[in-house]
Design a protein around this ligand. Structure first.
Ligand code: OKP
Ligand code: ZN
Length: 342
């Protein structure tokens, strides 16, 4: 299994987040990707390759082009106003307010975001583009006949909506990849999101579509971020009814219950018989994750990879979260190793 990686993720660094009412260094930091790369390379799964440039067109297949424009122009717009970096949104609409894109940067920031989890620094846009190219190059590998690939994306993507950033996510790399598979001729794509947090962006993007099955195993939104989506009764709508599935689990969940949810989700994937599976691979389900509340341990990730492998389907792993930096590499590498031992 090849790994797709770009050092351009380093441009998204030195940023901050609001955490428990304090401005703190961001949990989603460059060391994460480097720990993953080191661990995966040490196991010798396959070559690490650089992403190919795919441009912005594949991003606009799942995102509003005006949102992609906004991301591409944000830093320039902010600096033109003689403001210091970083950029952090802090104004949002309440239901009942208007959906009209404001002309000024603070208004645009609120219009195109849903929380303060997306801090912009000078290299952020370049890192976002590289991250999407990493996912798209993973798609290319599988289209060229590889049975699996690992897209070491950073920043992550699964919280990003068609027209809004949030939760450390700007462009929804997994959604872009799934759409690219469809555009290349795949009839059905399944997205299995095993990150600790519900993939609200991915769910929303494909909610009314039957051609992309989206399944999420995550912290119950009654307790956990993103709070306002991810309940079990969200099954899809219109043509997409029956093609979205959520497995919300309570704080403290261990691998017994989590693994049962995975097994159920895998049966659903198998019944859907997709041409390809995209795994949104977050390892913030780990017991010592600093912002999460599940209790998976490192050997459990071998079992997760093994269960996904039993589907016997072409599989693109797309990196999402995981914030216990000292264990993130082992946990990701264990998942891939469990998959490869099929
Ligand atoms: C991104 B990914 C709640 C803080 C939530 C945002 C978490 C974003 C996670 N106390 N902060 O899904 O790993
Ligand atoms: Zn997460």
């Amino acid at each position: 299994m090849k790994t797709v990686y770009s050092p351009r993720h380093h441009g998204h660094s030195g940023h901050v987040e609001l955490y428990n009412g304090q401005i703190v260094p961001a949990f989603e930091k460059p060391e994460r990707a480097e720990m993953i790369r080191a661990a995966v390379e040490a196991r010798g799964f396959g070559a690490t390759i650089a992403p190919a440039e795919h441009g912005l067109a594949p991003l606009s297949r799942v995102h509003d082009p005006r949102y992609v424009d906004f991301l591409s122009q944000l830093t320039e717009l902010w600096l033109a106003d003689e403001r210091p970096l970083p950029i952090l949104p802090s104004f949002w609409r309440a239901p009942g307010m208007r959906y009209i894109e404001p002309e000024t940067v603070d208004g645009k920031l609120g219009h195109f975001s849903f929380d303060a989890g997306c801090c912009f620094v000078a290299g952020t846009w370049d890192a976002i583009r590289a991250s999407a190219d990493v996912a798209l190059t993973g798609v290319d590998l599988i289209r060229a006949g590889e049975s699996s690939a690992f897209a070491l994306c950073r920043p992550p993507g699964h919280h990003a909506h068609a027209n809004a950033m949030g939760g450390y996510c700007f462009i929804n790399n997994a959604a872009v990849a799934a759409q690219a598979f469809r555009d290349a001729g795949a009839g059905r794509v399944a997205i299995l999101d095993v990150d600790y947090h519900h993939g609200n962006g991915t769910q929303t993007i494909f909610y009314d579509r039957a051609d992309v099955l989206v399944l999420n195993i995550h912290g119950d939104p009654r307790q956990e971020y993103p709070y306002f989506l991810g309940h079990a009764d969200e099954i899809g709508a219109g043509d997409g009814e029956g093609f979205n599935g959520n497995y919300p689990l309570r704080w403290g969940t261990g691998f017994d219950a989590w693994g049962e949810a995975l097994d159920h989700a895998c049966h659903r994937v198998a019944a859907y018989a997709p041409d390809v599976v995209v795994v949104s691979l977050g390892v913030d389900t780990y017991k010592d994750d600093p912002i999460s509340q599940f209790r998976l341990d490192s050997p459990d990730y071998l079992a997760i990879g093994g269960r996904i492998a039993r589907l016997g389907l072409p599989t693109l792993f797309v990196q999402e979260g995981g914030y216990a930096v000292e264990a993130i590499g082992v946990n990701v590498a264990n998942t891939l190793e469990g998959f490869l031992q099929r």
